[in-house]
Ligand binder design. Structure first.
Ligand code: FE
Length: 170
């Protein structure tokens, strides 16, 4: 049993790797415990980060309020084949239709078009060259938009799955 510590170490590494790359099918964020979540209220949502921190799961908070990025392939909805609507995980604002989703092979859910109206806002990223995409209602960071997407728009909205909440058939 001389090798036992090494075997245990490798087993622990493998378990850790599995836990880190687990890809949830849906966003585990609980919108029912969120007083700002609505598909009908269009009023701007101005909420402090301290309050968002109490409402959002850590993954959504670090992305949406601290402009973080989930590791590629670790967030929900990358391979979601269902038809429906993607909403802002923080405020419930409708953002994207599944009809404009495509497989970008990046590990992040990607769309070639946002929903018309007050869905998303494009702002210059602090890095000075990328275009950041925020929810137009709550200002939550969602991801970035690039101009290497498919027709008809040529755009690629590269989104964090933890910033989205999918509802089937709507
Ligand atoms: Fe929002």
């Amino acid at each position: 049993m001389k090798n036992r510590p090494i075997v245990l170490f490798i087993a622990a590494l493998l378990m850790g790797a599995t836990a880190c790359t687990a890809q949830p099918e849906v966003n585990p964020q609980n919108e029912k415990k969120n007083p700002h979540y609505s598909h009908t209220d269009k009023a701007p949502v101005k909420v402090s980060n301290a309050e968002w921190k109490k409402i959002l799961i850590p993954e959504a908070y670090s992305i949406m309020r601290l402009k973080g990025t989930e590791r590629a392939g670790t967030g929900p909805y990358v391979h979601n084949p269902k038809s429906g609507t993607y909403y802002c995980a923080a405020c419930g604002n409708a953002l994207f239709s599944s009809a404009t989703k495509f497989d970008s092979h990046t590990g992040w859910p990607s769309f070639f078009q946002s929903l018309p109206g007050n869905s998303v806002a494009k702002v210059k990223d602090a890095d000075g060259f990328r275009d950041e995409i925020e929810c137009a209602r709550c200002g939550g960071h969602l991801g970035h938009v690039f101009d290497d997407g498919p027709k008809p728009t040529g755009l690629r909205y590269c989104m964090n799955g933890y910033a989205l909440m999918f509802e089937e058939g709507k």
